[in-house]
Design a protein around this ligand. Structure first.
Ligand code: ASP
Length: 301
């Protein structure tokens, strides 16, 4: 049976204020098109996920790459991870600095003997692999600098903002299935607003922020990382695909996040049949998908 190509992306699940919604939708649409076109030209699911995530890391609308939240020290520290559902290989970086596209470093790591590098080790690894390091300031945009100053004046992390009032910036993620039926999934983030230096959430951890298994599904998650890690949300959602259709599996995993650890967030997935699913228990989730046969991505928020 020939596999239908499918691509799905998200631009986070939180409260996205009305004035930011069009930018989120446009960013998700553009990334879906880039990823889908990669698949259509014969690229692998990994190629498509990497291309879609690079597109969103480069878009300052999102909390990934350029435009990410600053941590309490006023520094951008990025996390990203990627998994190949055919080989179960994983590549990930956490708390990496001076790199505009951490998903590219994750992709290089995926084919290496290692899985994950963190902090300065990750930055050194990226440089050794030929990735150009940037000036840390190049990752900072005015809006985020202003937000950081506000948080600093308040003197404490914006805990309520993390759950509901986070003003429209988000983690990005993508899942794809290619003609061979190979599935890949990845996630990239600047983490939560005003996070302590070195804090790492779910996004770079396989099984938590993303997971891929050709026999089940590929998943990318977003939301409150500490809660997502506790229930290994991405792996759990893939496991639900053994018994449920993609949309029902996504809903079941999200219900588990809410019921077991009172977590807030969302996820996207593509199962081994190329069916897409999406669920969230926040007020918005920016997302888009395209399945072979569609003329345009379907975009939602
Ligand atoms: N899950 C990310 C983290 O906790 C944040 C997000 O998805 O918005 O770092």
């Amino acid at each position: 049976m020939s596999i239908r190509l499918a691509m799905i992306v998200h631009g986070s699940a939180w409260y996205i204020p009305p004035e930011d919604r069009e930018a989120h939708k446009a960013g998700c649409r553009a990334a879906t098109l880039v990823g889908f076109e990669t698949l259509r030209r014969g690229g692998s699911a990994l190629d498509a996920v990497e291309a879609a995530i690079v597109c969103m890391e480069d878009d300052p609308t999102f909390d990934a790459g350029v435009g990410a939240y600053l941590n309490q020290d006023g520094v951008v520290q990025l996390d990203a991870g990627l998994m190949d559902g055919r080989t179960y290989h994983v590549g990930a970086v956490a708390a990496i600095e001076r790199v505009k596209n951490p998903i590219r470093v994750a992709r290089i790591l995926l084919t290496s003997e290692h899985n994950m590098f963190v902090g300065t080790g990750a930055t050194d690894y990226a440089q050794a692999c030929g990735i150009l390091l940037c000036n840390p300031e190049e990752l900072v945009i005015d809006r985020q600098r202003g937000r950081w100053l506000e948080y600093q004046e308040r003197g404490e992390p914006p805990s309520e903002a993390v759950f509901v009032g986070n003003p429209g910036k988000g983690t990005v993620g993508a899942v794809a299935i290619d003609r061979a039926g190979d599935i890949a999934a990845g996630t990239s983030t600047g983490g939560t607003p005003f996070k302590p230096a070195g804090r790492v959430g779910d996004s770079p951890l396989p099984g938590c922020g993303y997971y891929a298994d050709n026999a089940l599904a590929g998943v990318s998650a977003t939301g409150h990382g500490e809660a997502i890690v506790r229930v290994q949300l991405a792996r759990s959602a893939a496991d639900f695909c053994a018994k449920l259709h993609a949309p029902a599996a996504a809903e079941a995993a999200l219900r588990m996040l809410g019921d077991r650890v009172a977590g807030k967030g969302g996820l996207i997935l593509i199962d081994h049949m190329g069916r897409v699913g999406c669920a969230y228990n926040t007020s918005q989730m920016a997302r888009a998908f395209m399945i072979e046969g569609m003329d345009e991505p379907e975009v939602g928020i």
